[in-house]
Design a protein around this ligand. Structure first.
Ligand code: NDP
Length: 255
């Protein structure tokens, strides 16, 4: 018996952090494979541009400027998507920020921003969309919740304590949710990438980490967003009884 990859036509997807990097590439891939894709992030113009690209390629996209730390905005987005396309059955919970810094010296606004987005924002996304995922699963559909964690959730890096701790939270949360939602036929997965060439690094203000990243770029071919998008596509295309729980994807030369 073969285990063929499943078609995504008919799936209704939500991608957070869709305005750049991993989210943008994943939304593009999901749409190209037939899913209807709701694009969520704060920058409306970047989302509009992506939606236009997807539509020009024959896909379906809905651009919704949403700050995922705002529960009311997320709840409104959930209702809007449902009204437009019906029940959501795929959530790529991906928006995040990385702001390394020396403990005791870093502006507390930077560690608070990471906690607010990477932990609370990720939880708010789950809170907003899980009722529709449960409904889709109860109707017999194939249903996915994928959280973007990081190898930072398991490796140790000086000055990345707060970011790494937020991603350890996401990884452990994912394991627990899989146990809670799996019996309802909702697949719950996490992706833990190594370094990916995205805008994530552009927000770093701590010089020590900027230097470390610049140095790493000289010796390592970073992953590209499309490399991670391929993993997202693979996870959601498995037969319904197959749940890839955790995927670690690294640049070949990253230790
Ligand atoms: P990007 O900075 O390119 O993407 C981050 C996305 O999150 C953007 O679309 C941004 O859009 C969105 N975002 C930021 N704040 C909010 C908010 N409050 N509400 C809604 N959306 C928001 O980085 P990546 O693509 O690299 O990051 C995606 C995920 O991958 C993150 O969770 C990151 O931690 C993780 N990751 C990245 C790695 C890397 O090396 N790049 C490695 C491992 C994990 P906007 O500004 O328009 O809101």
């Amino acid at each position: 018996m073969t285990s063929a990859l499943q078609d995504l036509a008919g799936r209704v997807a939500v991608v957070t952090g869709a305005s750049s990097g991993i989210g943008r590439a994943s939304a593009t891939l999901l749409a190209a494979r037939g899913a209807k894709v709701a694009l969520l992030a704060r920058r409306q113009s970047a989302l509009d541009e992506l939606a236009a690209e997807i539509r020009a390629a024959g896909g379906q996209a809905l651009a919704l400027a949403v700050d995922v730390t705002d529960q009311a905005a997320l709840d409104l987005a959930a209702a809007t998507i449902r009204k437009t396309w019906g029940c959501i059955d795929l959530v790529f919970n991906n928006a995040g920020v990385m702001l390394p810094g020396a403990i005791g010296q870093q502006d507390t606004a930077e560690w608070q921003q990471q906690i607010d987005l990477n932990i609370s924002g990720a939880m708010r996304v789950i809170q907003a969309f899980v009722p529709q995922l449960e409904e889709a699963a109860a109707k017999g559909g194939t249903v996915d919740l994928i959280n973007t964690s990081s190898i930072a959730g398991q490796y140790l890096f000086p000055y990345f304590a707060v970011y790494s701790a937020t991603k350890a939270y996401v990884s452990h949360l994912t394991r627990h949710l899989r146990i809670e939602l799996g019996p309802k036929n909702i697949r719950v997965s996490m992706i833990e990438p190594g370094i990916v060439a995205t805008e994530l690094q552009d927000h770093v203000t701590f010089q020590g980490a900027k230097d470390w990243l610049a140095n790493a770029a000289k010796s390592i071919d970073f992953l590209q967003p499309a490399d991670v998008a391929q993993v997202v596509g693979f996870i959601v295309s498995q037969p319904k009884h197959v749940n890839l729980q955790q995927v670690v994807i690294m640049p070949t030369k990253e230790g």
